[in-house]
Write a protein that binds this ligand. Structure first.
Ligand SMILES: N[C@@H]1[C@@H](O)[C@H](O)[C@@H](COP(=O)(O)O)O[C@@H]1O
Length: 248
C-alpha cells in the first residue's frame, strides 16, 4: 500500500481526479468503482471541469457504486443514486445504461445482491475502485466485524455510521438503518484501489489503518494486503501516523 501525501482537501481532490483522468485516457474501456460521501465530491467536481474543458470521454466507462441505502428510491434526495446523478453523472457523457448502483427498493434484496455481484464479474471486475473511509474503518458500508470474504450483501448500519451520515438528513431518525453494500471481497478483487482521506475526522482511522494490524474489526485494514492500493491523504488526516515515510 502506497501513500501520496498532499496538503489539503483541494490537492487530494485534484490528485485523485488526475489519477482517474490518466486511466480514462490510457484505456479504451474502463470499469470504475465509485463512492459517495463528502470525501469524493471534490474529485467529481474536477472530473466535471475536465470533461467540460478537455472533453475526456466516459463513453467507454461502466460504473459500479459501492452501496445504497435500503428504502430510499432513486429520486430520494438522500439516495446514493441521486447523489451520483447530481454530483457527476448528469454533467458527463455517461448514459444511465452504463451506471450500476444497487437498488435498495428491490423487494427481493437477496437476489438484488447476487445479481449485482454477478454483473461486476460479467464486466470483468472493477479496474479502479475509489474509496472513502468511515471513522470506524468501514469501506462501502462494511462495518467492523464484516468477513473479509463477504460479497455484496445487506447490512445493518451502526449508530456511529448513522450519526456520521445524519448531516445529510433532517434528523437521525430519517437515516436508514440498513443498506446494500459491495462486500469486502468484492472491493478487494478490484485491480486497483484508490482510498481518499482528508481532515481531522479521519486521523484515528488513518492511525489504525496504517499502524494497526490487518483485522476484520477494522475493515479497511485488508487493503494493506492489496497488490495495487494507493491512499491519497492530506497532512491533517495523517497527523499521528507513525512512519508515514515507509508507505511512500
Ligand atoms: N457509505 C459511505 C462510505 O462509502 C464513505 O466512505 C463514508 C465516509 O464518508 P465521508 O466521505 O462523508 O466522510 O460514508 C458512508 O458511510
Amino acid at each position: 500500500m502506497k501513500i501520496i501525501e498532499v496538503k489539503n482537501y483541494q490537492e487530494m481532490s485534484l490528485a485523485a481526479a488526475q489519477y482517474i483522468i490518466n486511466m480514462l485516457k490510457n484505456t479504451s474501456k474502463l470499469t470504475l468503482g465509485l463512492a459517495t460521501g463528502g470525501t469524493p465530491q471534490g474529485v467529481y467536481q474536477h472530473l466535471i471541469e475536465d470533461y467540460k474543458k478537455n472533453g475526456t470521454s466516459y463513453a467507454q466507462v461502466t460504473s459500479f457504486n459501492l452501496d445504497e441505502y435500503i428504502g430510499l428510491s432513486k429520486d430520494d434526495p438522500n439516495s446514493y443514486y441521486r447523489y451520483m446523478y447530481e454530483n457527476l453523472f448528469k454533467h458527463i457523457n455517461i448514459s444511465l445504461q452504463q451506471i450500476n448502483i444497487p437498488s435498495g427498493m428491490n423487494t427481493n434484496l437477496q437476489s438484488e445482491c447476487e445479481e449485482y455481484e454477478n454483473k461486476i464479474h460479467q464486466h470483468g471486475g472493477i479496474d479502479l475502485q475509489l474509496l472513502g473511509i468511515g471513522s470506524n474503518g468501514h469501506i462501502g458500508f462494511n462495518e467492523p466485524g464484516t468477513s473479509f470474504q463477504s460479497k455484496t450483501h445487506v447490512v445493518g448500519l451502526t449508530q456511529s455510521t448513522r450519526e456520521a451520515n445524519a448531516r445529510y438528513f433532517t434528523s437521525i431518525e430519517e437515516v436508514p438503518t440498513q443498506a446494500i453494500t459491495m462486500g469486502i471481497q468484492s472491493i478487494y478483487k478490484s485491480k486497483e484501489i484508490l482510498l481518499l482521506a482528508s481532515g481531522k475526522a479521519k486521523q484515528d482511522a488513518m492511525v489504525k489503518l496504517l499502524n494497526g494490524d490487518v483485522t476484520e474489526s477494522f475493515p479497511a485494514s485488508i487493503l494493506k494486503q492489496h497488490p495495487n492500493a494507493t491512499i491519497i491523504a492530506d497532512e491533517e488526516a495523517l497527523l499521528g501516523v507513525k512512519d508515514v515515510s515507509l508507505f511512500r
